[in-house]
Design a protein around this ligand. Structure first.
Ligand code: CP
Length: 321
């Protein structure tokens, strides 16, 4: 038995809301399942009938390019019927509550909600309220979690580096406001990396950040020493309620990743970014488009990884992955 709302009584995934509470075996099963969808010879993703007859609704209350699109493609590759709710033209604008929106969609025989919301805990709330047979996937909630982004990033790291146990990973930038950072740190530690190092100005780090299982550095060049994986984050200006930085150009001078600063990491280090990237703020174009960048591979990997998570979460609904 488990008290984790994400897991069934037999320990199988039902909802995917956070990396927290999931063990290494389950995270590895997600990565292996995702790999099984990718054709090794050309990297193309097969269409499979796993979710034929299932209905998935993408409920995005916040903007998205990568996550919404790859969830839609993933659902289609799994042969599900998929509907993208346009929240700006829905009855939410007329005052309908989140719960009433969910109840109405449930009445249309939905099997899965994929939820992005500006409020931390929104996906968890829906998972608690929705009918038993429905699975909920968190596509990013407030500053809390973005677990599918973390898993596609783990998939990308494994593609390039293999074994996690010897890796030193630097997460750089606005950790304070980043749901991606929280999920990445949890996933990296669960998969057993040697070190997760956060590099940021003090104003962009949460209080007691060390308790997340990271080492801390405030200098980019020093912090990049011995690093295998460089993960850049954008400044989440939409979540900043006060002036935390002197300005973007000053930030770029100190924490922006340039070709010159990247030389301080290991020569074969890969450069990652969940997107959207802000060129000239946290990353120089020559690095974003350079030979060490795997940023667009992260996007491609989002399809197979989201397929794996959706298929595994439907196992309780009679799906055999
Ligand atoms: N990484 C990410 O969540 O990007 P989108 O906001 O475009 O979905």
């Amino acid at each position: 038995m488990t008290n984790n709302i994400q897991l069934n009584s037999d320990g199988k995934l039902k909802h995917f809301l956070s990396i927290e509470g999931l063990d290494q075996t389950l995270l590895t099963e997600i990565l292996d399942t995702a790999a099984s969808f990718v054709n090794p010879s050309d990297g193309q993703i097969k269409k499979v009938p796993l979710l034929r007859g299932k209905t998935i609704v993408n409920l995005f209350f916040e903007n998205s390019t990568r996550t919404l699109t790859t969830f839609e493609l993933a659902a289609k590759r799994l042969s599900a019927d998929v509907l993208n709710m346009n929240i700006t033209t829905s009855s939410t604008a007329k005052g309908e509550s989140l719960l009433d929106t969910i109840r109405n969609l449930e009445a249309m025989f939905v099997d899965m909600f994929v939820v992005r919301h500006a409020i931390s805990g929104a996906a968890h709330f829906i998972a608690q309220q929705t009918a038993q047979h429905i699975s909920v996937i968190n596509a990013g909630d407030g500053q809390h979690a973005h677990p599918t982004q973390a898993m596609l990033d783990m998939f990308t790291i494994r593609q390039h580096k293999g074994d996690f146990s010897k890796l030193r990973v630097a997460v750089i930038g606005d950790i304070l406001h980043s749901r991606v950072a929280r999920s990445e740190i949890q996933a990296l530690n669960t998969l057993g990396v040697a070190e997760v190092r956060v590099i940021a100005p003090k104003t962009l780090l949460p209080a007691k950040v060390e308790t997340l299982g990271v080492t801390v550095c405030h200098d980019l060049k020093q912090g990049l020493a011995d690093i295998d994986v460089v993960m850049m984050l954008r400044l989440q200006k939409e979540r900043m309620t006060s002036a935390l930085l002197p300005g973007e150009s000053e930030y770029f001078k100190c924490f922006g990743l340039t070709e010159e600063k990247l030389l301080y990491a290991k020569p074969d280090a890969i450069v990652m970014h969940p997107g959207p990237i802000n060129r000239g703020v946290e990353i120089d174009s020559k690095v974003a488009d350079g030979k060490q960048s795997v940023i667009l591979q992260q996007v491609s990997n989002g399809i197979a990884v989201r397929m794996a998570i959706m298929a595994m979460a439907m196992q309780h609904n009679g799906v055999n992955v």
